[in-house]
Design a protein around this ligand. Structure first.
Ligand SMILES: N[C@@H](CCOP(=O)(O)O)C(=O)O
Length: 431
């Protein structure tokens, strides 16, 4: 399987090369040359398959022989060693909990999968790979954890200072070894811009092999499609049409869900729910894509003003907004809506959502108002304790810290402050 650049000015590459490069030389995102449906028997028998079997059958056509089947199976076994439960919190409304991994956010699967692929591809290479990643909260911790100690790989994480939660900052600043955190005086979009600029900087590229661990990298993006298949496996017996509401920031997760649909998974509709960073809901309303500087919210991982992966979604629908509207609805909600919803969900069902999940729930309910006969799944993308202050203060209940989080609390945060692209470049050249 080859991947092409969405900017159309770069040669097609294999999976291996797409992973190593991260982004095409013409600055385009890589996209698979084809997406073939899985046999209908796969969906008929999905209940009897293990998560690893589902994942292998789904990802194999993209990886092909770049990774031998036995190695790919071993990677998937290691990556998927936790649960992805679907918890029904009301009639026809379920939360798909994607936070049972090591850093308690949905990024763990993609980050660990990419780390393993890159480790496999770099095993015989002399040159070290530098992984650059921009985070608005959850990606940073997951990438730090997934790549910790991977030989031949240095990781540099850029995060917006003061705009991620305390626990998220601890996850990405306390590991050391091959992981360095750069605290940027700016927004997530500034971090993402710096990272993308570095990929085009000839001087840097002459000194080092750079790649990205954001969902622009196909090995971070594609494994997210597993979640939708795992959800389908659990919801199929409900016998209703399924709607997914995905809290969306960089739009990689929902785009992967759309790939799962292209594999043949029955989905009635997708809802992309955002906070006040509403570039996509506005695009869906007006057909004008107009990125704006991101604004800080209590669902900070979605504080993205120019979502990288939306271009992939547009491409999937041949940039035809009328067709896209038939498959995707997008809503935005503010912090007040989010807090009220956290409280209401807790009072109604005893379920503790996180601010991102609450936004997803809101989008789902809004869609179900006019489509009542559907089975709605909202993605709980991070554990509520990652937003401890907001959640405790909003629902008025103390939360217990899981061990993965508890052990971070007395570690020292270590980061380097930076302001401009030149600061990043100086740092990379000195390494
Ligand atoms: N929501 C993200 C922003 C980056 O998204 P990615 O999926 O492209 O890595 C975060 O938590 O950092």
């Amino acid at each position: 399987m080859n991947f092409y650049s969405l900017n159309g000015q770069a040669p097609n590459v294999s999976f291996k090369e797409a992973v190593i490069r991260g982004i095409a030389p013409d600055r385009g995102l890589y996209f698979p040359e084809s997406i073939s449906s899985l046999p209908t028997s796969f969906f008929e028998e999905i209940e009897i398959l293990s998560n690893e079997e589902i994942a292998f059958k789904a990802i194999h056509q993209f990886v092909t022989s770049d990774i031998p089947d036995a190695v790919l199976k071993r990677i998937l076994q290691e990556v998927l060693d936790f649960d992805f439960p679907l918890i029904e919190i009301e009639e026809n409304v379920a939360s798909l909990e994607l936070f049972h991994g090591p850093t308690m956010a949905f990024k763990d699967v993609g980050a660990r999968f990419m780390a393993q692929c890159l480790g496999y591809f770099s095993k015989d290479k002399e040159t070290e790979v530098t992984v650059l990643v921009a985070t608005s909260g959850d990606t940073g911790g997951a990438v730090a954890n997934g790549f910790l100690g991977v030989e031949g790989v240095q990781v540099v994480i850029l995060y917006p200072g003061g705009k991620v939660s305390d626990i998220q900052e601890r996850q990405l600043t306390t590991l050391g070894q091959n992981i360095t955190a750069l605290r940027v005086d700016g927004t997530f979009d500034d971090c993402q811009k710096m990272v993308k600029t570095a990929f085009l900087d000839e001087e840097l590229l002459g000194h080092m092999q750079l790649t990205s661990a954001n969902s622009i990298n196909v090995a971070r993006w594609l494994p997210q499609l597993f979640y939708f298949l795992f959800a389908y496996q659990q919801a199929k017996s409900k016998g209703k049409e399924i709607v997914f509401s995905v809290p969306s920031g960089n739009f990689g997760n929902i785009c992967a869900g759309m790939v799962a649909q292209r594999l043949g998974m029955p989905v009635k509709h997708f809802v992309a729910t955002t906070n006040i960073n509403d570039t996509v809901p506005e695009f869906m309303r007006t057909a004008v894509y107009s990125p704006k500087p991101s604004k800080a919210t209590i669902s900070n991982a979605m504080d993205v003003g120019d979502p990288s992966n939306f271009i992939r979604i547009r491409h999937l629908y041949q940039d035809d907004i009328e067709v896209l509207r038939k498959h995707l609805t997008s809503f935005s909600f503010n912090d007040e809506d989010t807090r009220r919803t956290l409280r209401e969900i807790y009072q109604k069902s005893g379920y503790v959502a996180d601010p991102h999940g609450a936004v997803g729930y809101l989008g789902l309910k809004k869609y179900q108002d006019s489509h009542p006969n559907t089975y709605g799944i909202f993605l709980e993308t991070a554990h509520p304790v990652k937003f401890l202050d907001v959640v405790e203060e909003t629902i008025g209940e103390k939360q217990e810290l899981p061990t993965q989080i508890g052990r971070l609390m007395d570690k020292e945060k270590k980061y380097l402050p930076i302001r401009t692209y030149q600061d990043l470049k100086r740092f990379l050249l000195k390494k």
